[in-house]
Design a protein around this ligand. Sequence first.
Ligand code: ADP
Ligand code: GN1
Ligand code: MG
Length: 363
Amino acid sequence: MSGRPDARAAASQFEFSGEVLDLAPHGGGHINDTYLVTCEALGAPVRYILQHINRHVFRDPVAVMQNVERVTAHLAAQAAGQPDGARRALRLVAARDGRKWHVDAQGETWRAYCFIENARSYETATSSEQAFQAARAFGGFQQQLASLPPPRLHETIPDFHNTPKRFVALEQAIAADVAGRVALAKLEIEFARTRQAITGNLLDAGLPERITHNDTKFNNVLLDDKTGEAVCVIDLDTVMPGLALYDFGDMVRTTTSPAAEDEKVLSLVTMQFPMFEALVRGYLETAGAFLTAAEREFLAFSGKLITFEIGIRFLADYLGGDTYFKVHRDGHNLDRCRTQFRLVESIEQQEEEMNRLVESIAG
Ligand code: ADP
Ligand code: GN1
Ligand code: MG
């Protein structure tokens, strides 16, 4: 069989409780395919998340699953003592062969999680309390993984947050111009080139390696429907060795602006200071236990750098013909690049004030 991976066939390979009643696409990720599976168990519905791992992006899906298995077990052990512990860590569902993933006849890799009920993710944050919650949860995630026993986790995507290498890839995409789009992105290319000098600043700062999430989009934390509290950090494919500031930076990118990542009205894109303040306070409440002075110094900068980095990734993918991120309209990756660059400008305008705030809180 060719075409789309067969999610129904994959679902039959997991130890779900009862018969599969329904299976539907879920979420809006740019890389993997996610399905919500509803089963009938003893008369009551039980839900699961089923995911197909994109092997063009994750070249070694088994390495991804080995990381996820170790990380979820470690987080679950620490959550066990907390109130509502069962909802505070993702739980993998075993496949019928006893492993925590399934490889189908086409060589595609699948995994399933228990669905965390009465909580949800949001594309944009609408209050500073939400920003605080997300940042505290991602900081807590780093803190809990600091005690993960060796060996070192696999690097599921090498050089994932190596901004200088991302910049080289952009220059290569410009030179190749395979989709004939360079002429349509002149301003964005210039914007990127005038900021090349900042790309190495985090890597060159001698910051400590930690275990980091690396994809701390606001929609990768589930907030409780009733209390609004962050319940669980999700989307663990890129958990690997990294810098703490990759995570803080991506929170700034995805939480401080009220606009969607692909907003076309650029005047709506802006770094809202109260959201940044909530991120700093929330992150330090947990990560404050281990962050060094040098890491604190770069908190505001990391927001600018990671926003810039994702911007150049969207731009390179646009120029390369949209082969990496899923797109849903013409020029989608260029629109995404433009919002990132607008946000970089907004951060540049407020960077000094952001640094002063960090110093007053963390200094
Ligand atoms: P992607 O890599 O495509 O972003 P995610 O792992 O973030 O995939 O899942 C996509 C969406 O599915 C999430 O934003 C969240 O709303 C939902 N989701 C994922 N895992 C769970 C879970 N265990 N319980 C409840 N919802 C989940
Ligand atoms: C991708 O899979 P998703 O949508 O959570 C990407 C991230 C980007 C993000 C931009 C493996 O994340 O690095 O920051 O899109 N994931 C990968 O929205 O490349
Ligand atoms: Mg996600």
